[in-house]
Design a protein around this ligand. Structure first.
Ligand code: NAD
Length: 292
């Protein structure tokens, strides 16, 4: 059993912390939201009201926060509080630059550090079936692995500091592009008089097969669990998809990579969000594509 501090108990962090409790660890939790703290307390997390209180004495600190600026601010505070040798893991999705910056902060304080963003959404967080993509030293990865295994099913060491975030951003650029591709195909099929089921049956067994089609189909019917069957409740919100696509474009610009489809996907999601759809599931973009 380890003593773990979990910072950021929102839609993802809450169930992830609960799975660490289920695995037998002692978990103290901190969040700025009283609602998130109260929900975490119901799952066995020990809720505390300050960051310092949460991390004092903890062997491992895990952060699951909205953006890079939040992670940098929290890890800067941690540097003055945690003991040397503490393992710090950031599971948020953030830009590669912030990820590398917080590795530097932790390592200067004598801590082991890992960036370990996740894929699998809130369902995967609750079921303990997330995919973790980790960046950091072999030592930090080995130390973190048993704890990541309590929250996920597939754990991949992608390389040095920041490599987990790089993999996450590339993966989600594929996801944004593929959801638009699948949505365009269904919108075209509708105009051609094809039923949703007929197109699904063909494409899911053909070269058009992909996760956006077979696990997250953007029209109701073929995949009963997809948000299209539940009024496009997220799932994975448009605002988060846009955030990840913008991260991919920032880093592509910075390193001189050419990503024309990633850029187009970011623009389409930006337009869709500006129409007031930021809180809906990202597969709802089919509605805008039908109109266009
Ligand atoms: P969320 O908004 O539900 O939770 C974030 C939590 O962090 C909130 O409860 C907020 O109060 C808390 N918080 C913010 N600043 C804080 C601070 N300084 N100290 C303590 N708590 C603070 O977001 P989420 O959906 O849980 O996402 C968290 C991260 O996971 C994001 O980076 C997101 O991109 C990533 N992610 C989300 C999903 C998803 O499906 N929701 C999937 C994969 C990755």
């Amino acid at each position: 059993m380890a003593y773990i501090a979990f910072i950021g108990l929102g839609n993802m962090g809450g169930p992830m912390a609960a799975n660490l409790v289920k695995a037998g660890h002692r978990v103290s939790g901190f969040d700025l939201s009283e609602t998130s703290l109260a929900a975490a307390a119901l799952t066995g997390v020990d809720p505390v009201t300050t960051l310092t209180e949460a991390v004092t004495g903890a062997e491992i600190v895990i952060t699951m926060l909205p953006k890079g600026e939040h992670v940098v601010a929290v890890w800067e505070t941690l540097a003055g509080v945690v003991s040397a040798g503490t393992l710090q893991i950031d599971c948020s999705t953030v830009d590669v630059e912030s990820a590398r910056k917080v590795h530097g902060i932790a390592q200067a304080a004598g801590c082991l550090s890992l960036d370990a963003p996740v894929s699998g959404g809130t369902g995967g967080a609750a079921a303990g079936t997330l995919t973790f993509m980790a960046g950091g030293s072999a030592e930090a990865f080995a130390a973190a692995r048993p704890f990541l295994e309590a929250m996920g099913r597939k754990i991949v060491h992608c390389g040095a500091d920041g490599a987990g975030q790089a993999a996450k951003i590339c993966n989600n650029m594929i996801l944004g592009i593929s959801m638009i591709g699948v949505s365009e195909a269904f919108a075209l099929g509708e105009r051609l008089g094809l039923s949703h089921q007929a197109l699904f049956d063909v494409a899911s067994a053909s070269s058009g097969q992909c996760w956006s089609l077979t696990s997250y189909c953007p029209v109701p019917g073929p995949v009963p669990s997809s948000p299209a069957n539940h009024e496009y409740k997220p799932g994975f919100a448009v605002a988060l998809m846009l955030k990840d696509l913008l991260l991919s474009q920032e880093v592509a610009d910075a390193c001189g990579a050419t990503t024309p489809l990633g850029a187009a996907a970011a623009e389409l999601y930006r337009t869709f969000e500006m129409e007031g759809n930021g809180g809906r599931d990202f597969s709802a973009i089919i509605e805008m594509l039908r109109r266009q």
